[in-house]
Every structure is written in C-alpha cells, then in structure tokens.
Design a protein around this ligand. Sequence first.
Ligand code: ATR
Length: 277
Amino acid sequence: MLSGKGKVAAIIGWPVAHSLSPALHTFWLNYYNIDGAYIPMPVKPEELGEVIRILPKLGIRGFNLTLPHKELVIPFLDYMDEDAKAIGAVNTVLIANDGTIQGMNTDAYGFIRNIQPHIDGKKNKAVVLGAGGAAKAICYGLIKEGYNEILLLNRTQEKAEEMASHFGAHVHVLPWEQRARALDWADLLVNATSLGMEGKEPLDINLDMLPKHAVVTDIVYTPLQTPLLKDAKGRGYLVVDGLGMLIHQAVPGFRAWFGMKPEVMPELRPHLLKALG
Ligand code: ATR
C-alpha cells in the first residue's frame, strides 16, 4: 500500500542494483501493512552531496548507504551517533522533522545481534581477519560486547595496525601468515575479508588449533555457505552465516523511518535467498 501520505526511504549506492536492502525493507513494509516505500537510488560518488541536500526537500525520511558512500557521506551530515563516530562510517541516515540529517552506524549492532544467540557468554578471545570497513565495525562491536582480547590479522598488516591504533589495548595485530596459530584459545573466528565470495578465492586457513566450542562466522553471504563455513561445519563447529548481519543492521533504520521496530522473523531468510537468486 502506498498513498499520498506514504513514508519513503532509500538506499544510495554506486552501484546499487546488487543490494538486498530493497527486498528486505519491502518485505517488512508489506508484512506490517505500512503506508511506505523503500527505493534504490544509484548515485555517483561525486554527486552524493548534491543529492543529499535535495532529499529533505522531497520529504524522504532517510536512507541507507552502501559502497562507496559510507565515509563520503560524513561531510554532509548535521549529526553522527557515537557508533558512527567511533567506526568512522555511516550506513543509516535519518532526516528528522526539522530537516537535520542524522547519521548512524548499525553495522556493529547488526553483527553482534546476529552472533549473540550463539556465543553463550564465552567472550574471552576473538580472531578477526580483515581490516576494511566491515572489520572496523566488527572490532568496535566486539569491544562494546565485552570481548577481552581481539586478534586482528590482515594481508596488508599496516592497515590492521592503523585500525588497532583506534581501539586501544583490547586489539592486537599479528602477521597474516600466523592466522592458523592465532586460533588457539579463541572463542570466535570472524572472516571480515572478501575471501570466499563468489568469484574470489577461498580463505585459506587451517582450523586445527581452533577450540571445539568456538563459533565461526563470515560476513560474506554470496554464497551463504562459504568454503570457510563449510569446512568449519564439517569439523563440528557452530557456524553463523553473514545474511543475519545484513538483516539485523536494517532494524534500527526501519524503526527510525517507519515508526516501528520490525521483527527478524524466520520467513525473511528464504525471501532474501530468493531475491539473491
Ligand atoms: P570492506 O570495507 O567492505 O571490508 P575492503 O576494504 O575491500 O572491504 O576490504 C576487503 C578485505 O579483504 C581487506 O581486509 C583485504 O585485505 P587488504 O587490506 O590486504 O587488501 C581483504 N582481502 C581481499 N583480497 C584478499 C586476498 N586475496 N588475500 C587476503 N586478504 C584479502
């Protein structure tokens, strides 16, 4: 249902055609019979500022940002929440009734909500592979969640060191070559690299040292069962795929734009898998 009073939100990306967010938000809009719409907006990076200045004048409630806009958007915001400031990136924006443009980051929240039911209070040590934007949100989320020690490993070690310098004593960097050994005593292994994605090589890591109680999770969700998750599952580890992070990170935005907190119901996953093709 969409009337003249309908609330409209969007996703801005370049490209944006691959995004699952329209399928996700439209599912909730239909489920709750909300008068609203969520639309994809392909916007070139050099035109982002121009577009954002126009959106409040169109009555748009807010938007999500995907690559390459999550950092580029910052100069055009009036306000950023604590998580967005700490992560240095914004994925969700609310245009308030007074026209102010308010940036949030819900990636850390989405990551933690996705793994929370599975981690069972064991938060001593996490191993995070990768040092891009996703890894930064994940490290921030893990610190906030109370992990005592986070080992960060990235092919380009300097990027991991630069990231760790923002997070203080909880995060330690090791050389990429030591990834198998780093798993000793870990409660959680996170792949935050793009390895394992369709068309990319798999993540090459030997899981022999990983304790049996550990949880293994991947931010890659195309395919849903990455080679890492397949290997881990075959060895008896509890695995959590990356689709749940995408679903959970969308909850605060939907709530801010459309006025109700949507449930992460079981029907969502098959719906999104169908949208993924
Ligand atoms: P995002 O911001 O979404 O996390 P990104 O910045 O492109 O994406 O990060 C991709 C991650 O995958 C990086 O940590 C990258 O390592 P580098 O910093 O060394 O580039 C990692 N990555 C990509 N291809 C890789 C490969 N073949 N081997 C190891 N790591 C790889």
